[in-house]
Design a protein around this ligand. Structure first.
Ligand code: SF4
Ligand code: MG
Length: 335
């Protein structure tokens, strides 16, 4: 299967007054053509910074890519010029954000925004762009698009704005769609409709999706594979069925246990005691040790490697790795 996007050992660092913070610290994953990969974690896990790194949208932040590769169709996006990146961004790799109000321009009508984006990326006439806009608004289930193009973002509901964002993102037939919490701000019914829409649009176009979310329900609905992130690290990766039926990392297990019953109105990840560590104060060993019910001595001292259990399932946890016995300073060492 052809990989459209390969992220290898990505390091994204933020420089602050208190020093360098490794927001993303050696994350690797691959996305195949037409595949949907979920990146799951709490806020602060590095999942959004990962997506901004791929889009090279760190400019307005104190962050920068400090290492690793982001291969898109074999080209390393960390190495190309901003000019080349602009041809890819929004065109071949498009992004949908959580709150479309911040990504739609409030002073321009919907039609103009769609058309400008289409003209910029597809180099077509204004008339062709108008036709494509109407066609895309139809495709995302907006009725009477001929009327909607003359409205401003604030005249639309949240669900409608998110549909417009999807129409804009999909208008140029991107090969990769990055969706960062695309439905978090919407109510449950609209959320389901938007996810269904993303799924059907991307199935017909073979677009790969990188879905950033804290919501395991969304993952179950949408994803083929999942990467679970914690403290800037990937801690588990597998196909979606294995994540739900056979989770190996205590953090993943905690996430699954914290999924509320239908009707509960709690934040899904909040029931694991403790918080994601502040990157500047990361534990020396396993980043999850302060919250882990299974933490052993070695966990506090040395970070486990991200190792394959099977071809299809990797985990970063001492419970699934042989604890080294040849290093005398470890507690519990046999020598
Ligand atoms: Fe828990 Fe240790 Fe595994 Fe970390 S390495 S998740 S602390 S058992
Ligand atoms: Mg985020």
């Amino acid at each position: 299967e052809e990989k459209i996007l390969q992220v290898r050992n990505l390091q994204t660092h933020f420089t602050s007054d208190s020093g360098v913070v490794k927001a993303v610290d050696g994350v690797s994953f691959e996305v195949g053509k037409g595949e949907t990969l979920g990146i799951v974690g709490e806020s602060g896990s590095g999942k959004s910074v990962t997506s901004l790194s791929i889009m090279r949208l760190l400019k307005d932040t104190p962050g920068e890519i400090a290492g690793g590769e982001i291969l898109y169709e074999g080209r390393d996006l960390t190495k190309i010029s901003e000019r080349e990146m602009r041809k890819i961004r929004g065109n071949e790799i498009a992004m949908i954000f959580q709150e479309p109000m911040t990504s739609l321009n409030p002073v321009y009508k919907i039609g103009r925004q769609l058309e400008e984006s289409i003209i910029l990326h597809m180099k077509v006439s204004k008339k062709a762009a108008r036709e494509r806009s109407i066609q895309m608004l139809n495709a995302v289930g907006i009725s009477r698009p001929e009327k909607i193009v003359f409205e401003f973002p604030h005249q639309l509901s949240g669900g409608m704005r998110q549909r417009v964002m999807i129409a804009m993102a999909m208008a140029c037939n991107p090969k990769v769609l990055i969706a960062d919490e695309p439905t978090t701000a919407l109510d449950v019914t609209i959320q389901a409709q938007i996810l269904e829409l993303m799924k059907s649009l991307t199935t017909t176009t073979d677009t790969a999706i990188l879905l950033i979310t804290h919501d395991l329900g969304v993952v179950a609905e949408m994803c083929d594979r999942v990467v679970v992130m914690y403290g800037g690290r990937a801690v588990e990766e597998s196909d979606v069925v294995s994540i739900f039926t056979n989770p190996k990392h205590p953090y993943t297990q905690g996430l699954l246990e914290s999924i509320p019953k239908i009707g509960d109105r709690v934040d899904r990840l909040s029931s694991i005691p403790g918080n994601v560590p502040i990157p500047a104060h990361m534990p020396m060993g396993c980043k999850f040790a302060p919250r882990c019910p299974h933490a052993m001595d070695i966990c506090w001292e040395k970070e486990p490697a991200f190792d394959k259990l099977t071809d299809n399932h990797s985990v970063r946890c001492w419970l699934h790795e042989e604890v080294p016995t040849d290093e005398p300073n470890f507690v519990g060492s046999s020598k």
